[in-house]
Design a protein around this ligand. Structure first.
Ligand code: SAH
Length: 407
């Protein structure tokens, strides 16, 4: 009885918040609902305030509520303009995110893995949750990644909310170096997921990010449409996502390249899982830049080259360097295409806008003495939505088109 009483008491909205005063310049961005307050905009905050404290931000006549972070460039992640979040508040956001993904649960979608919570766009700043269901869709695991220590304040509420929505075999945290179990049990080994009807082995405990790059689902399907009969080079293949799609769609030969041996081993395995003979294709552990130089020198040419590198920029200041690397990479790839063949250029760097990416491709084409004609200009699938007041959420670029000689 007493425990119920104290529980009630602690969830009262009278919990303490600290007032933070930020530059009046931020008034408009707060009115629009942008979820970040950079530290350099903070004018007054109590000394020694710990990460994970709820704060009420004041900018001129505008207010908002968020979590204080004592470290890093983002000082506050805003959750609400009025309410002080509690378990019920978080549950509502998690449920709304679940509803937003309803089209992916239509049987035609034939996918058992997708992003359930995409941070700021789903009103849960700094929190990503990917859902991995086995191919029968019977057992499902949620894999959570938080981008600030302050989010420990809400993590349990998120984990509880996920389990309120659907039964989960387990909830795994991939925020730190090592995985942590937050609920249920970890998968016994790899999870065989289904994506657009294809099968992929995913190691959610040790794989990159949360185990699989779910954001390229639609773009992988597009690449498949352009690949029958083609010699395809898939650069930065990871576990062969694009490779399996193009091979299944009837590519003549697929070469998958990644610097991570474990990723290449899984790529081979993923070919087998889809009834494809890995010995009919090539799997290369190599540095992409070196390999492209080598292929170019040898006169080795392809009909479709997919370029999906990791993010080369972690911050705004690294953007010029990243653009340089993308430019060199795409120019090299263009040189390795047979005349009139196809390039699929992608980038997951949020610091590079679609316009900047297109401008970089123009430079790369000029360097390679080619013309690049974009025929398909895409971004993220519906499980990576972009809230209008958070343009930073639009990070993925995928531009596919023909590369012709320039005369
Ligand atoms: N296209 C993949 C995701 C690519 S993620 C998919 O659809 O699943 C980026 C990959 O690039 C990672 O697997 C990483 O191991 C690899 N990588 C990073 N730098 C590399 C380099 N210089 N050469 C080759 N591979 C690299």
């Amino acid at each position: 009885m007493t425990s119920v009483m104290s529980k009630r008491k602690s969830s009262r909205p009278t919990r303490k918040t600290t007032h933070i005063f930020v530059s009046p310049r931020l008034k408009d961005q707060i009115r629009l609902g942008h979820p970040w307050i950079y530290r350099d905009a903070v004018e007054r905050s109590p000394a020694g305030l710990l990460s994970g404290a709820w704060v009420r931000v004041q900018s001129a006549n505008q207010q908002a509520v968020g979590l204080w972070d004592a470290h890093g460039p983002i000082a506050v992640r805003l959750f609400s303009q009025t309410a002080l979040p509690d378990a019920a508040f978080i549950r509502t956001r998690v449920q709304a995110a679940w509803q937003r993904r309803a089209p992916l649960r239509q049987p035609e979608a034939a996918s058992t893995a997708y992003r359930w919570v995409y941070g700021e766009s789903d009103g849960l700043p700094g929190i990503v949750v990917d859902l991995y269901g086995d191919e029968e869709g019977e057992r499902r695991w949620a894999v959570i990644k938080t981008y600030s220590a302050s989010l420990a304040r809400v993590q349990k509420w998120v984990v509880d909310a996920l389990q309120d929505v659907i039964p989960l075999a387990g909830v795994i945290d991939r925020s730190g170096e090592d995985w942590r179990l937050l609920a249920g049990a970890p998968p016994a080994g790899e999870i065989i997921i289904r994506e657009n009807g294809l099968r992929f082995a995913v190691d959610v405990l040790h794989g990159q990010k949360t185990g699989f790059f779910l954001d390229q689902r639609d773009n992988r399907a597009t690449a498949g449409e352009w690949s029958p009969g083609k010699r395809v080079l898939n650069l930065f293949s990871y576990t062969g996502g694009f490779s399996v799609y193009v091979a299944k769609a009837g590519a003549a030969q697929v070469v998958s390249v990644d610097s991570a041996p474990a990723a290449i081993a899984t790529a081979r395995h993923n070919f087998q899982l889809n009834g494809l003979d890995p010995t009919a294709h090539e799997f290369v552990v190599a540095d992409v830049f070196d390999l492209l130089e080598k292929y170019h020198g040898e006169g080795k040419r392809f009909d479709l080259i997919i370029v999906d590198p990791p993010s080369f920029a972690r911050s705004k200041s690294q953007t010029p360097q990243a653009l340089k690397a993308y430019r060199r990479l795409n120019a090299l790839a263009m040189r390795c295409l047979a005349p009139g063949r196809m390039l699929a250029a992608s980038s997951c760097t949020s610091q590079v806008s679609p316009d900047a990416f297109r401008a970089m491709l123009a430079d790369a084409a000029a360097d390679a003495k080619r013309q690049f004609i974009i025929q398909h200009d895409a971004g993220q699938p519906l499980d990576h939505p972009v809230a209008v007041n958070f343009p930073e959420g639009r990070y993925l670029k995928f531009m596919l088109g023909q590369v012709t000689p320039r005369r």
